[in-house]
Design a protein around this ligand. Structure first.
Ligand code: UDP
Ligand code: MG
Length: 336
């Protein structure tokens, strides 16, 4: 039996027609310089443009390429999970298709992995491609989630990273559906090395994240890794109740001392609205968690595969068999 490839590169792709060819050229050039063979797993996350055709062409041209076509857009987190599930390398690198993560960093990452690190995370020295608003909101998000959760999610670190085989197996063992990958990556631990790189601007096309998507992504992260908002509700409730008690005492004493002229309508309205708002907010927080529990309880697969193009390298027969096995695994997605 032939050995699986040393290195797998997982690339989530959503509407990246404009950059795919150039991305692949740069990545392939880098992989050629490495010793040990490699495979490239493109995960087509429901692209509506010509990405699929471009991927088929890449698959025809390069025997190292395999393509997983998801049945619709499942989001980057699910696409990465699909890639990790199918990657067979001893080490797996997750990289964006838009060339914001330079493929030229790969040899340095592999070097650190060979030096014994299970995880090599790439930290952005600069974020040339991102506007000030995105950088500012990202900074706030990392501060908030850092305070709220026990695990340390490093700032300036995206999904661009290398995982050893056992780190990949750890990722695959997570049963949960809400996959906030940055958090899961941090959660698994293992000897980790951080390298710095300059994050370029997007080569072509547009970002797939608008602010609404980012906001929901942030909510997902916080609710997946922290129960603090739930506790917050009880503390705010307690504080309000205490304040209300003292205010009540004050009102009673005032009434005893100087009588009770019918006044205080503004106070009343303010209090009712304020408490109503607090209650709704607390309910909303509970709702956020409940909704995620609902999703978990349904135990739906993380993603569905429409089609798979296996790599066409030398030991095709063996690969095909394992692809069939993997396919069954992928479609049934037995988790938990
Ligand atoms: N992506 C994806 N599914 C999505 C959104 C994005 O597979 O729903 C891919 C996208 O094709 C790219 C990577 O994830 O390869 C990063 O996306 P993008 O560059 O839009 O994010 P940004 O760099 O702006 O954070
Ligand atoms: Mg990008």
């Amino acid at each position: 039996m032939a050995v699986p490839p040393t290195l797998s590169i997982v690339v989530p792709v959503h509407d990246e027609e404009a950059v795919l060819a150039q991305f692949h050229r740069r990545l392939a050039a880098v992989l050629d310089t490495l010793d040990g063979d490699a495979e490239i797993v493109y995960v087509n996350d429901g692209s509506a443009d010509g990405s699929w055709r471009a991927l088929v062409e890449l698959h025809d041209a390069d025997p190292r390429v395999s393509v997983i076509d998801l049945s619709r857009r499942f989001g980057k987190e699910a696409a990465m999970s699909a890639g990790l599930d199918c990657a067979r390398g001893d080490a797996v690198i997750v990289i964006d298709a838009d060339l914001q993560d330079p493929p030229e960093c790969v040899p340095a990452m592999v070097h650190e992995w060979r030096a014994g690190h299970d995880v090599v995370v790439m930290s952005r020295r600069s974020r040339a491609g991102d506007g000030w608003l995105k950088r500012a909101t990202a900074a706030v998000f990392y501060r908030v989630i850092g305070r709220m959760s026990d695990i340390d999610i490093p700032e300036n670190v995206g999904d661009f990273r290398l995982l050893s085989r056992r780190a990949v197996m750890a990722m695959r063992a997570f049963p949960e559906r809400s996959r906030f990958m940055k958090g899961l990556f941090a959660w698994i631990g293992f000897p980790t090395r951080t390298l710095e790189y300059d994050r370029a601007g997007r080569l072509a096309g547009t970002t797939k994240w608008n602010y609404w998507r980012l906001w929901n992504f942030a909510l997902e992260g916080i609710t997946s890794f922290s129960a603090v908002p739930l506790k917050l509700a009880s503390y705010i409730g307690l504080a309000t109740a205490l304040a209300a008690f003292f205010y009540g005492v004050y009102v009673v004493i005032k009434t005893l001392l100087i009588g009770d002229p019918v006044r205080g309508y503004p106070t009343l309205v303010t209090l009712i609205l304020f408490l109503g708002g607090l209650q709704l907010m607390a309910l909303g927080i509970i709702g956020e968690y409940l909704a995620r529990m609902f999703v978990e309880v349904k135990q739906r697969p993380l993603y569905l595969v429409k089609e798979r193009l296996a790599p066409r390298d030398a030991d095709g027969a063996r690969r095909d068999r394992s692809v069939e096995e993997e396919r069954r695994e992928v479609v049934a997605a037995p988790r938990g």
